[in-house]
Structure formats: structure tokens, C-alpha cells
Design a protein around this ligand. Structure first.
Ligand code: C2E
Ligand code: MG
Ligand code: MG
Length: 615
């Protein structure tokens, strides 16, 4: 990928480094040589003076007695001094008494080049000068010693340089491998080794920039019910599934295509030219087909895929991402396990959702939401619980159904604010009822898993409950089965924190979602609410009856109380009573009531009147 090029070092930079190092070495060697030359020169002169002094001291007697033979013999000792080329002993009158000459090495170029040093020494006898010794020495030894020194110093330096360069090269290789690894990690997902969201975004930007000449397609892939796999089979099984998805995606990629893991269970595939709608949908169909068929003992996994094309549907990365995402949600809405090509209708519904989100934001700012309370009754017909249900009346839209605005609040993150503001409404309504002398039963508040993902949001909820005095004697929580709560056993999970404070929990809409018996056990809730899908008309439907009977049996065995939702007729209620259902909620008993109407019902109850199913 492009960003990997950033790792390459400019070659010119390294060459310059080598030249600078060599120049520094050269300068250093030169300085060393100059210093060494000075030293050699000094030592040469000292040696010559010592040798001269020894000869002069020995020669004093020979000069005194004018013994030329003895003098010549003394001078011949200079044979062992290789630098001395000539020596002459003169007597006091300046007449040469003896002479020594050596031709050793004279022909050598160094002798010619190095020049000579002349030394004259007085010869003394009893402190009187009796003659003179003249020495002529070749300066060649200074230079040959210097050359030898420079040679060995350069050899040592070269060896050190070589060693240093080997070590540096190794070090550099290690550092650059580490750099490459870090860079790779920064742009890839460690679990699947696919490019991550940031990296994919770069590729998408690039594809969008050239999409007019080179069409491209974005496949937005979301695993169906992945949380259930994690929950029922553990995180290791979940990881294996994610890795397999990555392998299957890679297999669909041609060299010009890019597969990426965007987040948890979200993947994306960018198909580049040559490409048309047929190829994009063919790849999407192949993925939908192939992923549920694992080899060996792996878990089957279903996916929902949204497909958007560039430039047909969008010509920039943000829009194509949004459209593919919207198409994916449409695929989910249509029953999951399939793919959906983006269409104008999907775009329009997305725009409508965005408009709804905008209006909801305004409504929340103006505290425009309120609560309706649907009573729950026991077998005696006593109202022993209420469910708080959000209500939003919009000036132009009229009464907006929670099914519409709750999902928008969840996907936009507004659910946190919405829930906190409804807790304020609840606290105010309860105060109003209490000032009327009424004793409201415990109120069930619907809790969305989306509002509990961030620690800050969990803290905000707990803080609001405390501040508004909504303790466990006044409030319990319903967890919708469709949005399963993850990590129900983690110590800081919402579920655990609420239970630690004594709040009772109910599993909502049981039978329509994904909860397993294992989840039921782990959640340790107090109530289970059977979805109205199974309740409505059960008295005349033997299959529903059987299902409801089994659910009640399991729930009771686990020590849970059972609430039947959507009780609309007396026949269903009677059947539920026969099956030993504990609590009943439905339009047949009472519709969700505004707080004024609720006060009326609680007032009647206080007078001992019992509710009867009207239909
Ligand atoms: P739910 O929690 O299952 O609430 C029960 C829903 O069933 C309510 O719909 C209620 O009006 C409806 N219902 C009760 N009895 C009957 C019946 O006999 N027949 C029929 N056809 N329907 C009946 P509503 O108020 O439209 O709420 C829909 C869903 O929106 C709720 O389902 C809940 O999941 C969600 N919701 C509502 N208020 C809140 C809230 O404050 N926070 C959160 N997170 N979700 C909420
Ligand atoms: Mg509910
Ligand atoms: Mg429900």
C-alpha cells in the first residue's frame, strides 16, 4: 500500500553518511600522522645525539694520541646504526683523522626523498675540546616509521569501521523491521491481519477520486447475530469466526481489490475496475452463500451485505459508505442473511431517519418526551407493576411510535440523553402521584444495551437513579432480548452494577431475540416477559400454547416470574392463568396510560376494585 513507501529510506542519504564518515576518518588519521611525525622527529634527533655523544666520548683518546686506526675502529661501530650514512672525526686542527661511510639503502626512493640531518659534536678530553665529530644521518627512518604507523593505524581504523558498519547495518535492519511491523500494526487489524478502518478509508478515498474513469463498488458486510456466538460459544470461537470471514473475503479479492475489518463484526470489500453491477452482486451473493458453509467443526456464520457503486450511487467515500451501510441495514430489516443493492428508496428512508433524528434532538432539547404507564396485573387482577413507555408527540408528525424513534435514538447515540431525560419525567410523575396520596407500584424501565456500552454512560445512569431517588423499591429494569447485553458477568457491566444495588431485572420480548438458556442463567433476572407474538391468540393456537407452556415451565424451574405481554382477550388470559402465568400485561387489561389516567386507576385500586378483561 502507499503508506508503506514512507518507510523506504532515501538512498542518497546513506551515501552522504558514508562520505562524511570517510572524510572524518581521513582527517582523524591526518591529525594522528602529524602528531606522530613530530614525535618521531624528536626521537630521531635524540637518538642521533646519543649515538654521536657515545662515539665522541670514546674517540677522545684516539684523537689525543692521533691514533687513526683506533679512530676508524670506533667509527665502524656506527655500522649498527642504520640511519647513519657518514661520520668524520677531526682533530683539534680540523684535519680528518678517520671517516665512516655507509651505502645501505641509499638507492631507496625514501632515502632520496627524505633528506639528511647533519650533526656536529665537539670531542672533549678533561673538559677541553680536542676535536670534532660530524655525523650525517638519513631521515628515511622517520618516514618509514611514520608510514608503518599510518599503515597499522589505518588498518585498525578500517577494521573498526567495517565492524561498526556491520553492526550498524544489522541494527538498522532490526530497527527498520520493527518500524515496518509497527506501521503494519497501525494499519491492520491484529486479529485478522486485514487492513483496518483508517487504512480502508484511504483506499476508498483513492477509489472515489478516480471512480469516473474506474468504477468501484463497496460491500459493507455485517455478521448476523455475532454477539450470540460470542455469548454462547465464548470469545475464542468468536475470534475463529472473524478469522474465517477474513479468509473468505481474501479469497474473493483480486489484486486490485481491498478487504478490511472496520470494527467488531463489520467488514468491507472494495471492488475496483474492471467492475459492473453484475460483478458486485455476484461477489455479495458468493459471500452470503459461502460463509454459512464452514469446513470442519467451525460455526456457520450468516452475513448481511449492503452494496453501493461508485460513481452510480456516490462519488465520494463518505456517501458511498453511508449508502452501503443503509443498504446493509435494509438487508438486515428484510430478515438478514442476504445482500441488498443500494436504491433511491433506501436513500429516501435514510434521509427520513436523519430528519427524524434531527427532530428528536430538538424534542430532547425542549424536554418534549413524556411517559405512558402500562399496568401489569396479577391473577387476582391487582395492578402490581407498571411499564414506563416513552411517548413523543411531534407538532407535524403527530404521535411518533417508539418502534420508530427508539431505534433512531439507539443508532444515533441519543438514547443516552433520552433515557436520562425520561428518568427525570418518571421521578416527577411519581412525585405527582405520591402528592395525591397514591402508592404507585414498582415501575419497569426499558433499558437499551446501546446506552450502557460506555462506562461514562453507565455512571450517568447510576448517578441519575441516586439523585432522583429512584431506588430498587420504585424501579426495575427490562432488558430487551433483541439487543443482548454483552459481558453480563463483567464487574463493571450495567447488569452487575444494577443487581449489586438491588434492582430487579426482567428479560423483555422473550422468544423474539437470541437469548439462550445459558444467557438466562447468567443474567440471573427475576422476571421473564413472553413476547406478545406468542400470547396473542394462543387460546386458539395449539402450537403457541405449547410454546408458552414450555417457556413458563423453564422460567419457573429457573425461579423466574413470568409476565405475559399483549394480553388482548379473556380467552388468552384464562389460558395463561391455567398455565400458571404470574403476571399479565396487554391492551385487554389496560392500555398504556397517561399519568392522569394512571392516577385514576391507582385510586380505584386503592378502593379495592379489580380489573377485568373487557374483550
Ligand atoms: P416493550 O418494552 O415490549 O413494550 C411493550 C410494547 O407493547 C408497548 O409498545 C406497548 O404499548 C405494546 N403493547 C402492550 N400491550 C399490547 C397489546 O395487547 N397489544 C399490542 N399490539 N401491543 C401491546 P410501545 O409503547 O409502542 O413500545 C414499543 C417498544 O419500544 C417497547 O417494547 C420498548 O422496546 C421500546 N420502548 C418504549 N419505551 C422505551 C423507553 O423508554 N426506553 C427504551 N429503551 N425502549 C423503549
Ligand atoms: Mg418492555
Ligand atoms: Mg416487550
Amino acid at each position: 500500500m502507499r503508506h508503506e513507501q514512507a518507510n523506504a529510506r532515501p538512498f542518497g542519504g546513506r551515501r552522504a553518511e558514508v562520505w562524511v564518515t570517510l572524510a572524518a576518518l581521513l582527517l582523524f588519521s591526518l591529525l594522528l600522522a602529524v602528531a606522530q611525525h613530530g614525535q618521531l622527529e624528536r626521537r630521531f634527533r635524540e637518538d642521533l645525539a646519543i649515538q654521536g655523544r657515545i662515539v665522541a666520548d670514546n674517540a677522545s683518546a684516539a684523537i689525543l694520541f692521533d691514533a687513526a686506526k683506533d679512530a676508524a675502529e670506533i667509527l665502524s661501530a656506527l655500522n649498527s646504526a642504520p640511519a647513519i650514512e657518514e661520520a668524520v672525526l677531526r682533530n683539534g686542527a680540523g684535519r680528518p683523522l678517520a671517516q665512516f661511510k655507509s651505502d645501505r639503502g641509499k638507492a631507496h626512493w625514501l632515502h632520496q626523498w627524505a633528506g639528511r640531518e647533519e650533526l656536529r659534536l665537539p670531542v672533549q678530553a678533561q673538559r677541553e675540546v680536542v676535536g670534532e665529530l660530524k655525523l650525517v644521518a638519513s631521515r628515511a627512518p622517520i618516514w618509514s616509521d611514520l608510514l608503518r604507523f599510518v599503515g597499522s593505524a589505518s588498518g585498525l581504523l578500517a577494521a573498526a569501521l567495517l565492524l561498526a558498519s556491520v553492526v550498524t547495518r544489522r541494527l538498522r535492519a532490526t530497527v527498520s523491521a520493527a518500524e515496518e511491523r509497527t506501521l503494519h500494526l497501525a494499519h491492520h487489524d491484529p486479529l485478522t491481519d486485514l487492513p483496518n478502518r483508517e487504512s480502508f478509508r484511504l483506499a476508498l478515498d483513492e477509489a472515489a477520486a478516480h471512480c469516473r474513469s474506474r468504477p468501484a463498488a463497496l460491500l459493507f458486510i455485517d455478521l448476523d447475530n455475532f454477539k450470540q456466538i460470542n455469548d454462547s460459544h465464548g470469545h475464542l470461537a468468536g475470534d475463529r469466526v472473524l478469522r474465517r470471514v477474513a479468509t473468505v473475503l481474501r479469497a474473493q479479492c483480486r489484486p486490485q481489490d481491498v478487504a478490511a475489518r472496520l470494527a467488531g463484526d463489520e467488514f468491507a470489500l472494495l471492488l475496483s475496475a474492471p467492475l459492473d453491477e453484475a460483478r458486485a452482486t455476484q461477489v455479495a451473493a458468493a459471500l452470503v452463500e459461502e460463509l454459512p458453509r464452514p469446513t470442519g467443526a467451525e460455526l456457520p456464520i450468516h452475513v448481511s451485505i449492503g452494496v453501493a457503486l461508485m460513481p452510480l450511487h456516490a462519488d465520494n467515500a463518505s456517501d458511498v459508505m453511508r449508502w452501503a451501510d443503509a443498504a446493509m441495514y435494509e438487508a438486515k430489516r428484510r430478515g438478514k442473511d442476504g445482500f441488498q443493492l443500494f436504491s433511491e428508496a433506501i436513500g429516501a428512508s435514510l434521509r427520513e431517519r436523519l430528519a427524524l433524528e434531527r427532530d428528536l434532538r430538538v424534542a430532547l432539547e425542549h424536554r418534549g418526551l413524556h411517559l405512558a404507564y402500562q399496568p401489569q396485573f396479577d391473577v387476582e387482577g391487582r395492578c402490581c407493576g407498571l411499564e414506563a413507555l416513552a411517548r413523543w408527540r411531534h407538532a407535524e408528525r403527530g404521535l411518533v411510535a417508539p418502534a420508530d424513534f427508539i431505534s433512531v435514538a439507539e443508532s444515533s447515540g441519543l438514547i443516552v440523553e433520552l433515557s436520562l431525560s425520561l428518568l427525570e419525567v418518571l421521578a416527577a410523575d411519581l412525585r405527582q402521584l405520591e402528592t395525591m396520596g397514591l402508592v404507585p407500584p414498582v415501575v419497569a424501565v426499558n433499558l437499551s444495551s446501546r446506552q450502557c456500552r460506555q462506562p461514562l454512560h453507565r455512571e450517568q445512569l447510576l448517578e441519575a437513579l441516586e439523585r432522583l431517588d429512584l431506588g430498587p423499591h420504585r424501579v426495575e429494569f427490562e432488558l430487551t432480548e433483541g439487543t443482548l447485553f454483552e459481558d453480563v458477568e463483567a464487574p463493571d457491566s450495567m447488569v452487575v452494577q444494577l443487581q449489586r444495588r438491588g434492582y430487579a431485572l426482567a428479560i423483555d420480548d422473550f422468544g423474539t431475540g437470541y437469548s439462550s438458556l445459558a444467557y438466562l442463567l447468567r443474567l440471573r433476572s427475576q422476571k421473564l416477559k413472553i413476547d406478545r407474538l406468542f400470547i396473542h391468540g394462543m387460546s386458539s393456537n395449539s402450537e403457541s400454547r405449547l410454546l408458552v407452556a414450555s417457556i413458563i415451565g423453564v422460567a419457573h424451574a429457573l425461579g423466574l416470574r413470568v409476565v405475559a405481554e399483549g394480553v388482548e382477550c379473556s380467552a388468552d388470559w384464562a389460558e395463561l392463568e391455567r398455565l400458571r402465568c404470574d403476571l399479565f400485561q396487554g391492551f385487554g387489561l389496560a392500555r398504556p396510560l397517561e399519568v392522569g389516567a394512571l392516577a385514576g386507576l391507582l385510586g380505584e385500586q386503592a378502593l379495592g376494585q379489580r380489573t377485568r378483561v373487557s374483550a
